[in-house]
Design a protein around this ligand. Structure first.
Ligand code: F6P
Length: 357
């Protein structure tokens, strides 16, 4: 077998460990592995294809990022081509990608990515490319798997940051608002907020009322706690309100800014000195935790076993401690939100953490 591997979307700690798992497992079967760099760019311009041998991946388990580079743009089904006059047009170059894949003699593609990349991979599966998907994202928002790799590391980074912020909050009797990533789901904020002893956690799944957030902060003061930690997911929104975006360039919106809005309101309504910190891409970087390394190596090696078994069109998933294969179709297009009646929400409520509801 000759397999191709690519990494798409935002990077996540553990990507390199997955690549190592794939390469070593494939090598033991006598297969060849090639890295398609920058998402699908290597299948559009084949100079971006690299041979991956055990020597090239030997020491990368603990390294963040991806040795293959990633791409957020460049979807071959809606490819933006720049014309010489400066304008751009959107075209579907997926047939070109499929013919390159076949001409290069690949037998399978292992696509490592989040919802967007897996959706593209599934479209290629339907066009005849034998695909196995591997779910990646720090946000943990992919359905049909208990967890994605990258999430545990991001949570650890956020928890460590909240721990550090606690000491400043206490020293200065301040309210510290910490904005964390997670797109439209609250997994990172919940896990890190609970572990970091936050007083308030605002998540997309539970729209908040700022008056209730302020009431919680005033109540804390009454029992002698003059500081507060408020963890806000970037996708959190007030009751009846919208998600906050930052406009980077005309038409290009990025999630972010809710932390500052919440901090300004808290300061104004409670009179308490308030600061905001946005953890941002710190959460995507650094060495993967032991949990993420193991999960990544398990996902990578399982993908090779699934390729050998011909389980194409499926995604590697973790379910109740075991690795399974599930149809990619079932995993994509439906965000895995935090259920309001889940144990993790109940845990937070039992600890007295406010969701501002
Ligand atoms: O999906 C991962 C993620 O880090 C989100 O949590 C965040 O909203 C987004 O990517 C940031 O994307 P970018 O790297 O393009 O700013």
């Amino acid at each position: 077998m000759k397999i191709a591997v690519n990494t798409g979307g935002g990077d996540a700690p553990g990507l390199n460990a997955v690549i190592r798992g794939i390469v070593l497992a494939a090598h033991r079967k006598g297969w060849e592995v090639y890295g398609i760099k920058y998402g699908y760019r290597g299948l559009i311009d084949t100079k971006h294809i690299v041979r991956l041998t055990p020597e090239t991946v030997w020491d990368i388990t603990n390294i963040g990022g991806t040795i293959l580079g990633s791409a957020i743009r460049g979807n071959p089904f809606n490819y933006i081509e720049k014309k010489s006059d400066g304008t751009s047009i959107e075209t579907d170059i997926s047939d070109f990608v499929v013919s390159n894949f076949k001409a290069l003699g690949f037998d399978a593609l292992i696509a490592i990515g989040g919802d967007g990349s897996l959706t593209i991979a599934n479209k290629f599966f339907k066009k005849g490319i034998p695909v196995i998907g591997i779910p990646k994202t720090i946000d943990n928002d992919i359905s049909s798997t208990d967890v994605t790799f990258g999430f545990d590391t991001a949570v650890n980074t956020a928890t460590e940051a909240i721990d550090k912020i606690q000491t400043t909050a206490k020293s200065h009797d301040r309210v510290m608002v910490v904005e964390v990533m997670g797109r439209y789901v609250g997994w990172i904020s919940l896990y890190s907020g609970i572990s970091g002893s936050a007083d308030v956690i605002l998540i997309p799944e539970i729209p908040f009322d700022l008056e209730k957030v302020c009431r919680k902060i005033r109540q804390l003061a009454l029992i002698g706690q003059d500081f507060a930690i408020v963890v806000v997911a970037e996708g959190a929104r007030p009751v009846g309100g919208d998600v906050t975006f930052i406009e980077k360039s005309p038409g290009e919106l990025r999630l972010g800014g809710i932390g500052k809005k919440v901090a300004d309101e808290i300061e104004e309504r409670t009179g308490k000195e308030t600061r905001v910190i946005v953890l941002g891409h710190l959460q995507r970087g650094g060495a993967p935790t032991t949990f993420d390394r193991l999960l990544s190596l398990r996902f990578g090696t399982a993908a090779v076993r699934f390729a050998e078994a011909g389980k194409f069109g499926t995604m590697v998933s973790l379910g109740s401690t075991e690795i399974h294969s599930v149809p990619i179709e079932d995993a994509i297009g439906q965000m895995k939100s935090v259920p309001e009646d889940s144990d993790i929400i109940l845990t937070a409520r039992s600890l007295g953490i406010s969701f501002g509801d």
